[in-house]
Write a new protein. Structure first.
Length: 321
């Protein structure tokens, strides 16, 4: 009930607020509740910190191998590359050669995103246009549709994702996602993209997006994702985007994006090292979301005293660490 502190609008002063009576659980229950919530937050923070570290490792290895060419430079100086076994070091040449991208390791090639996809049996296509999906087609439940707003940290976020019926998804089967696909924002933040994991297989590439299918012969989805996220690639896309008020990409621009084409053996080894890191990051993201949902679900019930602390702990323990 509102307390009137004036004649015009409801209000309350400090004395009136101080007079409110609250029912509080026993102090021991309060302490136990705080400990459960603190443990949930601790696990969430740990997963986020772990992902930050894993992402840094993946980025550092990509930069060392494919931007700075550290193994090649070291071998060219007559030394053995550090931090890798002999078999991996043997995959890198010991000299450079000129290319359209400047000096690159001998035997590698200057290429483009479109050429790399085509060589591996893939392609780049535009997502469904607005005339193919209307506002009335979106539902609260159904097949998720990945839009630019759903791309965060090179992964798909389900927080605000739109959905359509199975029949609409089947009608737009050309746009169904496969593992390893890359969904690109077509307008606005044209550097934003997300790599499709096992969870998103069968979902739809949405409007406002471009779909990059690396192809079945692609050696390393992790390489492509890291290459597309690298600042030089993003800057190139921003420079070549069209549109007076909002940057826009099309398949031609994305296909022309210059990229390095390392030899397959190096790409395969990079995928063996970085692929598991990428999958672990995706898994940790899922665990983080689940823990956040558990925390948000148990908090009001713990405060109200309708959920016992042991039951809350059981729910939290059901989420893998």
């Amino acid at each position: 009930m509102a307390v009137r502190g004036g004649s015009a609008q409801p209000g309350a002063n400090a004395k009136q607020l101080g007079g409110f009576e609250l029912l509080l659980p026993e102090r021991s229950y309060q302490d136990e509740t705080v400990e459960v919530l603190r443990e949930l937050d601790r696990r969430i923070d740990l997963l986020r910190q772990t992902n930050t570290s894993l992402e840094s490792i993946a980025q550092a290895l990509f930069k060392s191998w494919f931007i700075d060419f550290d193994p090649v430079r070291t071998k060219a100086e007559g030394r053995e590359p550090e931090g890798m076994d002999a078999a991996t070091a043997a995959l890198f040449p010991a000299e450079f050669e000129a290319s359209a991208l400047g000096l690159i390791p001998k035997g590698w090639a200057a290429s483009s995103l479109g050429a790399l996809c085509k060589a591996a049996g893939g392609w780049i296509q535009t997502g469904p246009f607005g005339s193919q999906l209307h506002a009335s087609d979106y539902l609260d439940a159904g097949i998720p549709v990945v839009m630019p707003q759903d791309m965060k940290g090179r992964r798909v976020s389900e927080d605000r994702i739109a959905r359509v019926s199975q029949s609409n998804a089947d009608r737009l089967s050309k746009h169904k996602l496969e593992i390893g696909d890359i969904v690109f924002s077509r307008r606005g933040d044209v550097g934003r993209h997300a790599t499709v994991s096992e969870r998103e297989v069968g979902w739809l590439c949405g409007t406002g997006c471009l779909l990059v299918r690396p192809g079945p012969q692609s050696q390393s989805p992790a390489f492509l994702s890291q290459a597309l996220a690298y600042p030089l690639s993003i800057e190139w896309l921003q420079r070549h985007a069209v549109g007076a008020t909002m940057p826009n990409l099309n398949t031609g621009i994305l296909e022309a994006l210059p990229l390095l084409s390392p030899v397959p053996e190096v790409l395969k080894r990079f995928e063996e090292l970085v692929g598991p890191l990428e999958r672990r990051i995706t898994l940790n993201d899922a665990h983080t979301k689940t823990l956040e949902e558990v925390r948000d679900a148990v908090l009001p019930r713990l405060i109200a005293g309708t959920l016992t602390v042991p039951n809350a702990e059981v729910r939290a323990e059901e989420v893998p660490a």
